[in-house]
Ligand binder design. Structure first.
Ligand SMILES: [Zn+2]
Length: 230
């Protein structure tokens, strides 16, 4: 019987340190172990990682990823636009949030499968979500200016406004979308060098989406036998 608690703790700690443990779940490695990128892991962890790497792709997964990803992009677009209209700023952390949302949604859609194809999908949808915020922000601006102008006009003389219709409207809309797509770059060009912050923020968002859908290419080797100690 050992009645000294300090002595007992010392012994326990020593035992823990001596036995090799799995770098994934922390289980004690007995008899054999595997390696993932040089980290020793147990057979269960190696098998789980391998299963994740080997998840197959399918047309359904692609479609579901596209639907989930688009929904996330729409949500991100709305949130990003709303915050920028409300604050007048592009917030870097929020951009990472948009990239995270889109990347996570795509992974959900594929059930965890990742590949270059889904990385491209994630980056494109994230870019659309962020660049298209140009449209609501511009419209909000125009409404504000129009209201201000209308107020001044009312004081002078009432006038009939001419509305664009048909092909003019469609062309205008196409131009608006085109402008929105290059808006992050335009911002940097016309507001140099402060506009570069906007480009960097877009980069952060795309990077997050890209990394979240990155295929797991970790090398898994084993099993290796554990030599009985001493
Ligand atoms: Zn493990």
């Amino acid at each position: 019987m050992n009645s000294d608690p300090e002595d007992l703790q010392f012994h326990t700690a020593e035992t823990v340190d001596e036995r090799p443990r799995c770098g994934g779940c922390g289980a004690v490695l007995a008899e054999s172990f595997w390696q993932i990128q040089g980290v020793n892991v147990c057979g269960d962890c190696a098998a789980a990682r391998k299963t994740g790497q080997d998840l197959p792709d399918s047309r359904q997964k692609f479609f579901r990823a596209l639907v989930y990803g688009s929904g996330a992009a729409l949500l991100g677009w709305a949130g990003w636009s709303a915050v920028e209209i409300a604050t007048g700023f592009q917030i870097g952390l929020l951009a990472i949030g948009v990239g995270w949302l889109v990347g996570t949604a795509i992974r959900k859609g594929t059930g965890g499968h990742t590949s270059r194809k889904y990385q491209i999908m994630a980056v494109v949808l994230t870019y659309l979500a962020i660049s298209m915020s140009f449209v609501p922000i511009l419209i909000n601006d125009l409404i504000k200016k129009k209201n201000a102008a209308a107020e001044q006009k009312q004081k002078a003389s009432p006038e009939v406004t001419v509305r664009p219709s048909g092909p003019g409207m469609a062309a205008g809309l196409g131009m608006l979308v085109g402008l929105a797509l290059v808006s992050p770059l335009l911002g940097a060009f016309f507001n140099f060098p402060m506009g570069l912050i906007g480009v960097f923020i877009v980069f952060l968002a795309l990077q997050r989406a890209w990394l979240l859908t990155k295929p797991d290419e970790a090398e898994i080797t084993g099993p290796f036998q554990i030599e009985p100690a001493g």
